[in-house]
Design a protein around this ligand. Structure first.
Ligand SMILES: [Fe+2]
Ligand SMILES: [Fe+2]
Length: 274
């Protein structure tokens, strides 16, 4: 029994959909899916269906792309961020996929016991240089050839801004983390890196404001993380810092992965630690 993780399946791509469908069965193993499954609900449904057929338990947290308002979606078309999130949680529950809003499971397989905590925190533009005003971020990023389509498609209503939504989500997640059994370590799962120093994008460094929030920096240490699972950057890597394993587990767009290897090669084993 193993715990695996992947993120950023980006199933708007037919290449990614075909590759996901080619995954074999993993018996009793569990899978973490750390966001950016797809913009359209039929593609998210496909992922939940395919993955719950292949893994004994699937744990999901949303990425920014999942929350976009897309109009060519017969089921969830037109839903704004928070409402789309709730619709995705309801969809996940029909497949018995665990979400941030469910009771967080305890992994009792090898490498456990530990609580697996799927988090949803979003970002608040705090990963920007101190001398750049919040209102200047988009222009500053553009000067460095960075832009985020969330500015057009990720609607935070009824929140006044994405940062207001982020701050509400962080308060909620932090309260739940504080209420966990203090004797158990954790595996923290989030679409976004929990620490700013994990955001290292040499090609587009000015994309950082869309990559997380300073509010979560001390969560790995405070909440006893064995491992922190994240995606969003589309730059796979492993860092071992102060006894915590940080795993960026994204698949990404077809240009980010080797089709010959298949999705299987991009599943990261989290527990037992390799
Ligand atoms: Fe992504
Ligand atoms: Fe993302």
């Amino acid at each position: 029994m193993k715990l695996w993780a992947i993120s950023d399946l980006h199933l708007a791509s037919g290449i990614n959909r075909a590759a996901l469908a080619a995954l074999p069965h993993y018996g009793e193993d569990w899978l973490i899916v750390a966001g950016d499954v797809a913009e359209r609900s039929d593609h998210v449904r496909l992922a939940f269906q395919l993955l719950t057929e292949r893994f004994a338990q699937v744990i999901w947290t949303p990425g920014n792309h999942d929350l976009w308002t897309v109009n060519d979606d017969p089921e969830f078309g037109g839903l704004a961020g928070p409402a789309k999130y709730r619709a995705l949680v309801d969809l996940a529950r029909t497949y018995n996929v665990l979400t941030p809003d469910d009771e967080w499971p305890v992994w009792v397989g090898k490498g456990g016991p530990c609580t697996i905590a799927p988090l949803f925190t979003l970002y608040d533009y705090s990963f920007r240089p101190e001398d750049i005003d919040r209102r200047a971020v988009v222009a500053w990023a553009k000067e460095g050839r960075a832009a985020c389509a969330d500015e057009m498609y990720l609607n935070p209503a009824p929140y006044s801004s994405r940062e207001a939504w982020c701050h509400s989500l962080c308060a909620e997640a932090e309260a739940r983390l504080e209420a966990l059994d203090p004797l158990l370590p954790t595996v923290l799962v989030n679409h976004y890196p929990l620490r700013r120093d994990l955001v290292r994008m040499r090609r587009i460094p000015r994309f950082s404001p869309w990559c997380g929030t300073a509010l979560t920096a001390d969560w790995p240490a405070r909440f006893r993380a064995l491992a922190v699972i994240y995606g969003h950057l589309h730059i796979r890597r492993t860092d071992d810092w102060d006894g915590v394993r940080y795993e960026e587990v994204s698949l990404g767009y077809p240009k980010h992965w080797d089709r010959g290897a298949g999705v299987r090669a991009y599943l990261r084993q989290i527990l037992p630690a390799g």
